[in-house]
Design a protein around this ligand. Sequence first.
Ligand code: ADP
Ligand code: MG
Length: 354
Amino acid sequence: IAISPVRPIEELPDELISQIAAGEVIERPASVVRELLDNALDAGATDIRLRLIAGGVRLIALEDDGRGMGERDLRLSIRRHATSKIRSLHDLESVETMGFRGEALAAIASVAELRLVSRTGEATAALLLDARSGELEPAARAVGTTVEVKELFFATPARRKFLKSEQTEFAHCLEAVRRHALARPDVGFAIWHGGKLQQQWRALAHATAADHAEIAQASLDKRIAEVMGADFIEHSVPVDHQEAGVRVYGRAGMPTASRSRADQQFSYVNGRYVREKTIAHAARSAYEDVLHGQRQPVYVLFVEIDPAQVDVNVHPTKIEVRFRDGRLVHQAVRHALDLALAPSRALPADDGAG
Ligand code: ADP
Ligand code: MG
């Protein structure tokens, strides 16, 4: 057994602290894409353009038409633990924004070259901030923000070595956009890779008021068709159920849409894409009766619940959440799917497709 030499405790330098923290949040280009998308949506963007070069390693540039930042906010935005989204523990207990940790931009700045160009509605010009030099200069831009991330992991070659091929990294970036696009039919998304337009989903009519529920449903179905393929709409049924303060809606694939891999299962809690075992388990149990053997269901499920009933602060990337009462959520999801899938039960399950 090697015994490490006794060494005195030292406090780590700030830059290393940031790089260690960044390791938790920024694993690959898609992590950057996810964080920038969250920020754009939190800023109220309705139109988001993403340009990538070399799978996002050379360049990730995300342009939004959100509310933008003035000089003070721009400077603060790249500092660790600086956020406009929460102020107190009380706010943290019922977060309604995608972000709240105030860490993403700081983390990105510690592992890549980061530049921000932003303009608010009140400003007469945009401002460009170079995170490395801290220099601020006038720039030209409409209201909104452009975040440019270059040479990801240039200073951390160990991380860089873990990256896969450009095509694979691009595929992960595209997956991050799909996850966001499914949840926000009211927002337009466009993605370029190496100068080539890869995907474009236009903003769709959006209505939250109850009397406009059909519009919201139509837009959601259209976006789901765009992102999952028109075929999926044909081979899926709408889900919409509410019980005990939990609403579950979306679309559930019929047995004919099932796949050999569980790679098309999208679940959201209050608009946030999550991988959460209560929902996953409820879905699996609901499908047990309609799917054969190893077939995996396809679904897009949105769970809406009082934010105070969910703890989103359990994972640095927020992909996991914890419910105060998991049983209620489990039952709501199970019942929602049982109701939606009831007609499929009467039919013999189809093993052929997918
Ligand atoms: P968080 O999103 O957790 O607050 P970030 O590091 O991602 O932390 O962003 C820090 C702050 O910078 C945000 O709270 C927000 O005020 C501001 N910000 C980041 N991106 C944008 C954007 N695209 N548009 C407007 N403001 C932004
Ligand atoms: Mg953020």
